[in-house]
Design a binder for this molecule. Sequence first.
Ligand SMILES: C[S@@+](CC[C@H](N)C(=O)[O-])C[C@H]1O[C@@H](n2cnc3c(N)ncnc32)[C@H](O)[C@@H]1O
Length: 278
Amino acid sequence: MKYLEPIDYQTPEFGDLYDELPLWSAPFGLMLLEHVALRPAITILDVGAGTGFMTIELAQRCGPDALVIAVDPWAAAMQRLTRKLNHLGIQNVRTLVQSAAEIDLPDASVDLIVSNLGINNFDHPEATLQTCFRLAKPAASLFLTTNLVGHMSEFYDAYRSVLLELGLSSQLAALDAHISHRATVDSVTKRLDRAGFKVVNVVTSSFRERFVDGSALLRHNFIRLAFIPAWKSIAPQEAVEATFTALEHRLNALAATAGELSLTIPAACIQAVKPAAM
Ligand SMILES: C[S@@+](CC[C@H](N)C(=O)[O-])C[C@H]1O[C@@H](n2cnc3c(N)ncnc32)[C@H](O)[C@@H]1O
């Protein structure tokens, strides 16, 4: 029996691919895996699959008779997913390197749709949700996770104080708009509703991202990748450096008082279904 054979963890390929997912994705992914409806022999669509840890988990957890279709326009990430699939010998996955809004699969052909930190953060979530609705079989579920308004509120409070301190109160509207672009359970429910899905279950949770201080936060690679571009755009271009210098001081002062910089990340896992009778 093949599964009783030992796995050689000393190969370079094993070392390369052992890290399965971005750490930022992990708490959201664990929520989704805790609640997602697992069944054998189903067709699953992973929307915004990224490097594909959810695809790989579901392909294995649902067994070889299930098919997982991973879709993402990010070619480099999908290449890594393909390497992982080859390395692990997983054959029940199909990859689509394209926008999920344009998937060309038959209507009513998917039993389960998952999206970890995906659809809700896309540029045009409505188009993707319409496609998901078309592809979903009647009674199919869609599970998505997202961070919520309240995300990193400690950071944004500091940003607000700095804008006031620097006489940049004209930028407060931009800050507020940035803060409120995040999802609420209500806004996601309405969005899903508009696409025809009905929300049937919502699980919320909260975790913390901890740093020794603001200097560590602002130099963290994932923060630089995923958050700093939007944070920069809140400040006027000519005042970006002054704003970030003041912000770093402020966050460091907070950390000195509290012993660390702890940022709250509220999260939700939302299940919606396509009504059985249309
Ligand atoms: C925050 S990442 C999440 C990736 C993965 N689900 C995870 O949890 O690690 C969002 C992903 O959505 C993808 N994405 C953005 N727009 C998309 C679209 N229109 N269709 C499909 N995927 C898209 C991005 O390329 C990125 O891989």
